[in-house]
Design a protein around this ligand. Structure first.
Ligand SMILES: [Ca+2]
Length: 244
């Protein structure tokens, strides 16, 4: 009996986590006060002809927008910053289930303003910060977006490197480099030794449009740090926790 209730609890927690990750069910119409004047605002949208194109309406005022994704699912109402009077409309595209895209709008009582958007799974902190996670094959990349209250824009706060923090075992020795060029070898990793994948620089634009030329900073078992491409990690490590 005890076991059953623990299982039930775990399942509820999982369900809650899944719900929290995927956000609320997108709506097609709603009446929510967006500008804090105490009067509900009528929100709806229509699909336009092109893939991912829509027109958002608040109290009958139109605002055209479009997703990079071809599909979209509706909108949710979010609160980017609890201490300002606004609630925001986030147009949502789940892109067939793997590439989430959001476009945010603010209504000030007369105009609908475009705030910007992002791809990934957001969490709205309510303090003017939106954290967005993007799955990188074996780790989640975390980006920060900060509301500029005066312009109403949601600005990306760029990082040069993204924290990874995953340990893996070397299957076949490979060199790590001093800088993000394939010259100046710092060390050669030892077969069967553990390395720590410290951080990622996802900025390289790979010729094939994929991720394999991204640079990763790794730390060897002997305590040396250097750079290696994802292709090398993918080929020469025993186990990266790849998941779809
Ligand atoms: Ca209102």
């Amino acid at each position: 009996m005890k076991k059953l209730s623990i299982l039930t609890l775990l399942f509820s927690l999982l369900l809650f986590a899944a719900t929290a990750v995927f956000g609320e069910e997108p709506m097609t119409t709603a009446n929510v006060d967006l500008n804090g004047d105490g009067v509900p605002d009528k929100i709806s949208f229509t699909k336009r002809e092109g893939p991912g194109e829509y027109t958002l309406f608040v109290n009958g005022r139109p605002k055209a927008g479009n997703f990079k994704n071809a599909y979209f699912d509706g909108f949710i109402v979010v609160d980017v910053k609890r201490t300002d009077p606004f609630k925001e409309v986030a147009m949502v595209s789940y892109g067939g289930g793997y590439d989430y895209e959001y476009q945010l709008y603010r209504y000030n009582g007369s105009i609908i303003q475009e705030m910007g958007g992002f791809n990934g799974i957001p969490s709205f902190k309510g303090n003017g910060i939106v954290l967005v996670e993007t799955w990188m094959g074996f780790w989640p990349k975390k980006d920060k977006y900060l509301l500029d209250s005066s312009s109403g824009r949601l600005n990306h706060v760029p990082q040069e490197l993204y924290n990874v923090g995953i340990e893996a075992t070397v299957k076949e020795s490979f060199p790590i480099y001093k800088s993000r060029h394939e010259s100046d070898v710092v060390a050669n990793t030892l077969v069967n030794s553990k390395i720590l994948i410290v951080a990622c620089d996802p900025s390289p634009k790979c010729a094939d449009g994929g991720y394999f030329c991204d640079w990763y900073l790794v730390k060897t078992a002997t305590g040396f740090e250097g750079w290696v491409r994802l292709k090398t990690l993918s080929d020469k490590l025993e186990s990266l926790p790849w998941a779809g």
